[in-house]
Design a protein around this ligand. Sequence first.
Ligand SMILES: [Zn+2]
Length: 317
Amino acid sequence: MTSSPLTRRSALMIAGSLPLLAAGHAASAQDAAKQDAPRDGMTVQVPSIAPYRRMKLGAFTVTTLLAGTRPLESPQETFGMNATAEEFAAASKAAFIPEDKSLNFFTPTLIETGEEVILFDTGLSPEGITTALAAAGVAPDAVTTVVLTHMHGDHIGGLSTDTLPTFPNARYIAGQIEFDHWAAAGNEGFDTKVRPLSERMTLIGDGTEVTAGITAMLAPGHTPGHMVFLIESDGARLMLTADTANHFVWSLGYPDWEVRFDADKALAAQTRRKIFGMIAADRIPFIGYHMPFPGVGYVETAGDGFRFVPASYQLDV
Ligand SMILES: [Zn+2]
């Protein structure tokens, strides 16, 4: 425990010294204190965060789905491999986050176009994604299309249990370059999760339209065939950036900081600058798979990189 100079008592004293503009009657600070103190026989309700966030984009409904979180110790070893300890600590402090631990988010996105129900990535496990979908009121068999941005385990893990596909009615879409890379690599995750579905998979390239209004863009570096998707409906636009940036401060603010998960670190940095440069210039919202949930925001250029601006109600109005 640390003792803060701003205690509840001093907060009440400050509140008590301000003019109160309550409608109807002017409640005293004492009344307010009585009201929010727990009463005998009553438990204080702490709302838990729903694992989904539904938004509007033109005629499309876009829902981010929190399929899991994972704490990480010593994050510099993952997100700031070529930064000094001092640089990493200063960047963290400036953003009000600890430098010695972090929390990773795994956030697939569902897009309902009116005709198709399209899931982008599937989380670490079937349980994670189906739990989040259930909270959002979507049954796995309602998913018509599963799109894979790339084939790391935290994106393909929810595809199946043993040999049973999680989304029994879906067709699958993935990048040709990505598929070919992992098919040749002798990768257990690919062989278990992706290869059994390959008969039902359409392989695409840079510029391919998944469906009207959803266009794939090759964004390599994180993996050889990593893809992002531009979503457009009724003139509204949004980018699904997948793993182009893996942390909202360390990767966006410092695009050249090397990330352990990036296969080609120089190319990943170049792609980060290109994709987020476009998003900053066009001032369009983006959803990042590993951004803090609900994973939606904007970027502006700042210093040598970008500053993350979390979305508030822009996609609700
Ligand atoms: Zn990932």
